[in-house]
Design a protein around this ligand. Structure first.
Ligand code: ADP
Length: 204
C-alpha cells in the first residue's frame, strides 16, 4: 500500500522520527517523490501510468501486466479511444486495479538511439501524463520507466528525462501533486534512480 512507501526525503532522514527531532523541510520537493521497486499494478494511487503502444490495445511488458490486473473492461474502454500518438496520453478508469485511473502514454520507439525526437517525445509522455492528472484533480501517481523495455530507450538518459520533467512540473504546480512514485522494475533502474534522486532531491 501507499503508506508503506516512504518518500525520498524520509529515506534520507533516518533520525527524523526519533523523539524530540523536528522535521524541517515539510512540503519540500523531496517529500513529494518516492522510489519503489516492484509491480506497478499493486499500487494504491490515484493513477498509474501505462507505457502503452499506439493502438492502446495491450501488449507485453508493463502494459500486459496492467491489462491483466485491471480486467477486460479496461480493454473495452481502451478500444473506444481510437489509439494514441507517441508522446500523448489518454486516461481511463482503473477497473480491478487498486489505482483509480490508468493514464496510457505512448513512449518513443528508440531502439538504443537518443536524438532530439526521442528526447522530446519521452519528455512529452511525462508532461502530458501530469497534465491529465491536473485536469482530473488527481494528486498521487506512479510512473514506470517508459520506453526503456521493448522500445529500447537507454535507461540512464530515460531516467534523466523522467526525473527532470517531473521535478520541473512539481516546481511549477506546487499545490496539486502530493506524491509521484517512480516505479522501477529492474535492479539496474533502481540503482540509476537512487543515485540521480539523491542528487536532484537532496535533503535540505
Ligand atoms: P516500453 O514498450 O515502453 O519499452 P515495457 O513495458 O517493455 O515498455 O518496459 C517499460 C518498463 O516497465 C521496463 O523497465 C520493464 O522492466 C518495466 N515493467 C515490466 N513489468 C512491470 C510491472 N508489472 N510494473 C512496473 N514496471 C514493469
Amino acid at each position: 500500500s501507499l503508506d508503506k512507501i516512504s518518500t525520498w526525503g524520509e529515506e534520507n532522514r533516518p533520525n527524523e522520527k526519533e523523539e524530540g527531532s523536528e522535521q524541517t523541510d515539510g512540503g519540500g520537493l523531496s517529500d513529494k517523490v518516492s522510489l519503489y521497486k516492484g509491480d506497478i499494478t499493486v499500487l494504491e494511487v490515484d493513477a498509474i501510468v501505462n507505457a502503452a503502444n499506439s493502438s492502446l490495445l495491450g501488449g507485453g511488458g508493463v502494459d500486459g501486466c496492467i491489462h491483466k490486473a485491471a480486467g477486460s473492461c479496461l480493454y473495452d474502454e481502451c478500444h473506444s479511444l481510437n489509439g494514441c500518438e507517441t508522446g500523448k496520453a489518454k486516461i481511463t478508469s482503473g477497473y480491478d486495479l487498486p489505482a483509480k485511473y490508468v493514464i496510457h502514454t505512448v513512449g518513443p520507439v528508440a531502439r538504443g538511439h537518443v536524438g532530439p525526437t526521442e528526447t522530446d517525445d519521452l519528455t512529452s509522455c511525462y508532461q502530458n501524463s501530469l497534465r491529465l492528472m491536473k485536469e482530473h484533480d488527481l494528486s498521487t501517481v506512479a510512473f514506470p520507466c517508459i520506453s526503456t523495455g521493448i522500445y529500447g530507450f537507454p535507461n540512464e538518459p530515460a531516467a534523466d528525462i523522467a526525473l527532470k520533467t517531473v521535478k520541473s512540473w512539481i516546481e511549477e504546480n506546487p499545490d496539486k501533486i502530493t506524491r509521484v512514485i517512480f516505479c522501477v522494475f529492474l535492479e539496474n533502474d533502481f540503482a540509476i534512480y537512487k543515485k540521480k534522486m539523491s542528487e536532484m532531491f537532496p535533503d535540505n
